[in-house]
Ligand binder design. Sequence first.
Ligand SMILES: [Zn+2]
Ligand SMILES: [Zn+2]
Length: 435
Amino acid sequence: VTRLPAREQPLGHVGAVLRECPGCGLFQIEPALSPGMTAQCERCGTTLRRARRHPLEHSLALAVAALILLTVMCLSMLMTVRTSGIVHEAGIFSGPVELVRRSMSGLAAVVVFVTIVAPLAKLIGTIYVLVRIREVTPPKHLRRVFAWVERLSAWSMVEVFVLGVFVAYVKLGDLVTIELGTGVYALLALTFVLVWADGALDREAVWDALSSSHAQDVSREALLTGRVPPHAVGCELCTLVDVPEKHGAPCPRCGSPLHARKPESIAWTWALVMAAAVAYLPANLYPVLTVMQLGAGAPSTILGGVRELIQTGMYPLAALVFFASIAVPMMKMVGLTAMLVSVQTGHTRWLRDRTRLYYVIHWIGRWSMIDIFMEALLGALVQFGGVVTIEPGIGAVAFCAVVILSIFAAETFDPRLMWDAAEGRTNVDQIHVEA
Ligand SMILES: [Zn+2]
Ligand SMILES: [Zn+2]
């Protein structure tokens, strides 16, 4: 038998494991996967794992490349605009700085967090974990670090920012003369690398490499006996199946609290959906932008902005803004409401479709930030006194609240409840505590 040299060994390859499907709650044995294979839940079709050929090496190289590009983007100019002999430059921080100057600090904080802080922290954390995971005994704190990397993923919105910059660029076309700076090219390359890195990273492989042998005890027992222990719980974050001593006990692998179902899922989701619906009104009624050209102009709402794009013949862009800013938030609120009702009425049909819809809603919400990024950038770039100015309006703050609240709402909803309700099981958490 020839042993593979240490570096060639597929890190973290431990064969079959017990998994709880995050979409429907079914416990199942996930077989050992060869590189390139994907495991899907046999009941609802949710993807459980995608195995990669070089699960860790490629991701490390891509994360380092992304970190360099992010640094370049932060240090260089995105765009230079000129009109009537006046020149303005805007970097990635100019938008937020302008928002703070207009006492919209909350909005500025959100923009800085999702375009710089979250991606930066995620990349540094990923690089740190992927470097130290090669040690003979990787330090225990790597699990906490990787758990934070996973939590930050939802808030790293570089690929959405790129579209915001694109919309701003097209809108500016007929107002001023624009030159793209190095920052925009770095941003484009960064988006490409980040999407690639995301696809290349096999999270399961990282968790396997980080877990101590006893962490997989429940999984091993289930493989031997062919039975799942009655109070087994799958970790939301790292997917380890364990039998916690009590409700909310920390996961032995990643440290996040273990619950049979997301705690108070229905109540929280209702509250957040309703809060988002309330904020949706001012978001659409108040202006998000005011364009003043030679002393004339009027504030425009989100819908007004779409109408202007149609009038100037920019149909694809109008469709993009309409979809991201009006259709997506609406679809999220209606979709989540329908799912909440379906849980509470014990609806039994279209379970697979509803589960798929949940994941679509979960993924799509971030794209609504396009408008916010566009407004922040335009506000920073177009300040030419009496010639032409653009000011972000108060509607943008309400709209940002809609986006954030609905992202949280999708996060707190537990799709497994739909399957529980269809099977006539109510309040799985309660049963778990009593037992
Ligand atoms: Zn499933
Ligand atoms: Zn865990």
